[in-house]
Design a protein around this ligand. Structure first.
Ligand code: ARG
Length: 461
């Protein structure tokens, strides 16, 4: 193994396999640019506070900027045998600057360093994820706009329940995704504090300026307590939870898509480029993308449980167990990002069979609630109206009819004398939808309003 930062104390190093086991470079190399940003802020502050010579601070800053440039340009490769990204960057600095490189770690520990790196990374990565969420909502709302009048069955218990529209169904999905967006924003707000200056767990006796490093790195301010700063990872729990919740949303939407794509439903026609075939069955066109998004939701649930289990029982303050936090959260963030992109691609290219959807509103008596509400409007107590409509449904089934409108007015009147000829216009699928114009309902005008409000919210958040 290469030289380690703690070589002075121990006369022997772990064997190669053991060293690799405890190393984290394969995971935390993602934090390279954040680590460098943190070191630049720290070094500049050390110079300003007179803890290291001004010239040393300047040299450190220049060299750190140079290292970042070289990494981005691919001119400097991260050493896979380094212990972690912090050791690697400090190692390069020392190699190039000698004693000035050895000055950078004054008043700092890898414990506060990794805490600041991780938060800086998340402050970059989470807004990118939020942008993906916004674009996904926007693409779904584009589809919703096209289908404000596309009547389809709404389901409870996966049984036909009441007529809705496809535009309304998409708005339901988007309402969940919009909350996901705000969940990420909440988590970002709470993690926006800078741990630098927390040291290993007890701060530093050197005259560090924690406000200066926090401001230089764009944090709202320094963290309140140094021990908390290196010990807690509750921000990973919040973000991992936001990821899992977003994935559970996508998973349920994909389940709808898989059902809609079946021959039995045939509501959706996925683009051929967003479908896959079978190696044996020549006819197949499978909704693999929807299934895989549904499947990948499982790993984000697992990642959340991993983090909860990781933290449970850890004594304060820092423990090496905490190193396991990054792989888990990185995986959830990557999974959500990829799945949002795939879901968006699949949904914005899908075609919908509006005739099949409308036809599915006949049969199943989705208009029964509206027949009951018709009677309520005429003054009948709801429980009686419910019973009258239920008996009419039984009459229909007995007579082999699949719509309440198939009954004559005289037949309807045997169940309630309040029925008049206007009942027939009140129970078409379109009429049922149009009548539900309350805030939050499926009436076309109201769905238009929901779309506008959702667009406004995602732009604001
Ligand atoms: N790789 C470590 C982590 O991710 C960095 C902090 C290590 N600190 C230590 N004292 N070993 O948590």
């Amino acid at each position: 193994p290469p030289d380690v930062l703690w070589a002075g104390r121990l006369s022997e190093k772990p064997e190669a396999e053991a060293f690799a086991f405890q190393a984290s470079i394969s995971v935390d190399q993602r934090l390279a640019l954040d680590d460098i940003a943190g070191s630049r802020a720290h070094a500049a502050m050390l110079g300003k506070q007179g803890i290291i010579p001004k010239e040393a601070a300047e040299k450190l800053d220049k060299e750190l900027a140079q290292i970042a440039d070289e990494l981005v340009a691919g001119k400097l490769a991260i050493d896979p045998n380094a212990e972690d990204i912090h050791s690697f960057v400090e190692g390069v600095l020392t190699q190039r600057l000698g004693d000035e490189g050895r000055m950078v770690h004054a008043g700092r520990s890898r414990n506060d360093q990794v805490a600041v790196d991780f938060r800086l990374y998340l402050k970059r990565a989470v807004p990118e994820l939020q942008a993906e969420l916004r674009e996904t909502v926007s693409a779904l709302l584009d589809q919703a706009e096209k289908h404000i009048d596309s009547v389809m069955p709404g389901y409870t218990h996966l049984q036909r329940a009441q007529p809705v529209t496809l535009g309304y169904h998409f708005c339901a999905w988007c309402a969940g995704l919009e909350r996901d967006l705000s969940r990420f924003a909440d988590a970002l707000e709470r993690l926006d504090e800078c741990p630098l200056g927390s040291g290993a767990l007890a701060g530093s006796g050197l005259p560090l300026d924690r406000h200066a490093t926090a401001a230089a790195l764009g944090f709202a301010g320094p963290t309140l307590n140094a021990m908390d700063s290196v010990a807690d990872r509750d921000f990973t729990l919040e973000l991992s939870s936001a990821c899992a919740i977003t994935m559970i949303h996508l998973s349920r939407f994909c389940e709808d898509v898989v059902i809609w794509a079946s021959e039995e439903f045939k509501f959706i026609n996925l683009a051929e480029s967003w479908s896959t075939g079978s190696s044996i069955m020549p006819q197949k066109k499978n909704p693999d993308f929807a299934e895989l998004i549904r499947g990948k939701s499982g790993r984000t649930v697992g990642n959340l449980v991993t983090l909860l289990a990781l933290l449970k029982g850890l004594p304060y303050a820092y423990d090496k167990d905490l190193q396991e936090d990054k792989e888990s959260l990185f995986d959830s963030l990557d999974t959500v990002r990829n799945c949002l992109r795939m879901f968006r691609g699949m949904m914005s290219t899908a075609a919908f069979s509006t005739e099949r959807m409308e036809a599915a509103c006949t049969g199943g008596f989705l208009e029964a609630t509206d027949a009951a509400e018709y009677l309520v409007r005429k003054g009948l107590p709801f429980r009686k109206a419910h019973e009258a409509a239920a008996l009419i449904v039984r009459d229909c089934i007995q007579a082999g009819q699949n719509r309440i409108a198939d009954r004559t007015l005289a037949e309807l009147k045997t169940r309630s004398a309040l029925f008049e000829p206007d009942i027939y216009d009140a129970i078409t699928p379109a009429a049922c939808v149009k009548a539900r114009s309350l805030k939050g309902g499926p009436a076309p005008e109201e769905v238009k309003r929901q779309i506008a409000e959702l667009r406004e919210r995602i732009a604001r958040e």
